[in-house]
Design a protein around this ligand. Structure first.
Ligand code: CAA
Length: 377
């Protein structure tokens, strides 16, 4: 049975900071951010937007593509930016999407790898529950302390995709190469809002994991690099993905995979799938029956290299226009606005626009209050 990605879309904040502005303020050569790191802009989130609100927006973009949303009987929410270590953030999303209550909902975490864990879990689940559809959402907002080397690689986005039988976009193949090792390259203690990291170690371990995972993938699959048409990488920043591409196969389409990530910034669990959407939306060719490989890396660390075959007629499932409209309507903020949004999370919940129709309207007694603007109209 063919199982894989049946529909896919992403969402990000209405607001961004240009890295030229950040470079000027930090007294860094703009070329370093643009070419040395490979990023142009980063999404910045207002207090009324979080991993839940952008996740709902991403999911709403694809729900109209399935015949009956009652077929969704599992929602897996992948994130490393969780605000609650007990209640699953997926439950808020389940509510606002109006999914049936006979639907399992839970969060998964393993840094930027978690949406891939969810994908493989969903594939196995659909294999034994043929009529099931699983909604997977990877949603993250990446925050580093101001002035650190990680600062220009902040960002955030949510990606939503449905895993089902007879997928209309990508059939996931059985072969994979995985690698897990205990390493302190990037972590965020529960008490902290900003991630801690050892940048050089993380970049080294990313490339080492790629080498090990690809070796295992090619050994298990009996495929050769010449059987691969395109590769999408987890892209914490563009240069990392370009280095990975140079190490692996020098795919010519690497630039198309980075178009969206270079203006969103790191979106952790969503990043790899934003690379895939970016390739599909922006590289003008017929991908039908092509083999796309994926490299997923989550610090700490777990990595996986896997592949899929693009379905025929995938084009009508793409949301390129919606993605491009969303990105073109973003609003640039000044450096001082960035500083206040970074330092002052929960002051004014109403001063900013949201990308979608559900907003975080406040936090009362430590309870997050989400409101649908559609209900208010
Ligand atoms: N013009 C052009 N290029 C310039 C330049 C200039 N004026 N000045 C410097 N550069 C180049 C450097 O030569 C270097 O290029 P190479 O990597 O090809 O050698 C590049 O810009 C970066 O410069 P530095 O080596 O000085 O790096 P830095 O100290 O500024 O830190 C970073 C860069 C390590 C990526 C840092 O941003 C960081 O730690 N980020 C967070 C951690 C991270 O994202 N790690 C990625 C792997 S982990 C992962 O993937 C999980 C995850 O999502 C977090």
């Amino acid at each position: 049975m063919k199982i894989g990605i049946d529909s896919i879309a992403f969402s990000t904040s209405k607001y961004f900071l240009s890295l030229d502005v950040l470079a000027q303020q930090r007294n860094v050569d703009c070329e370093k951010y643009c070419f040395g790191i490979g990023q142009k802009k980063m999404s910045i989130f207002p207090p009324n937007e979080d991993i839940v609100t952008i996740a709902i927006d991403a999911a709403q973009k694809i729900l109209s593509q399935i015949e009956n949303k009652k077929d969704i009987d599992m929602l897996i929410f992948a994130t490393e930016s969780s605000f609650d270590i007990s209640k699953s953030a997926g439950i808020y999303i389940h509510h606002f999407l109006g999914l049936k209550d006979d639907c399992r909902v839970f969060d998964v975490k393993q840094a930027c790898y978690s949406a891939t864990a969810a994908l493989q879990l969903a594939k196995a689940y659909v294999n034994s529950n043929h009529r099931s559809k699983v909604l997977i959402i990877g949603s993250d907002i990446v925050r580093y302390s101001p002035g650190t080397s990680g600062e220009p690689t902040q960002g955030g986005a949510a990606v939503a995709f449905i895993v089902s039988q007879n997928p209309r976009i990508l059939e996931i193949e059985p072969h994979f190469g995985a690698y897990t090792t205990d390493i302190m390259d990037f972590w965020r203690p529960i008490s902290m809002k900003e991630a801690l990291f050892d940048g050089k170690l993380s970049a080294h371990n990313y490339l080492k994991s790629l080498e090990i995972c690809t070796k295992r993938y090619f050994e298990k699959s009996n495929l050769a690099i010449s059987d691969v048409d395109h590769v999408c990488f987890h892209a914490p920043f563009g240069k990392m993905a370009r280095k990975a591409n140079n190490q692996l196969l020098k795919s010519k389409t690497i630039e198309e995979t980075l178009i969206y990530n270079s203006i969103i910034g790191n979106s952790c669990s969503a990043s790899l799938y934003v690379s895939f959407i970016s390739l599909m939306d922006n590289f003008k060719c017929d991908f039908s029956k092509k083999r796309i490989c994926f490299f997923s890396y989550g610090s700490g660390s777990v990595a996986e290299f896997f592949s899929g075959i693009i379905s025929e007629n995938y084009k009508k499932m793409l949301k390129a226009e919606e993605h491009q409209t969303m990105l073109s309507q973003r609003i640039e903020i000044s450096f001082s606005e960035y500083e206040s949004l970074h330092s002052n999370d929960f002051n004014d919940f109403s001063a900013y626009q949201n990308v979608g129709n559900v907003i975080l309207s406040g936090i009362v007694d430590n309870k997050r209050i989400y409101v649908s603007m559609e209900d208010n109209n």
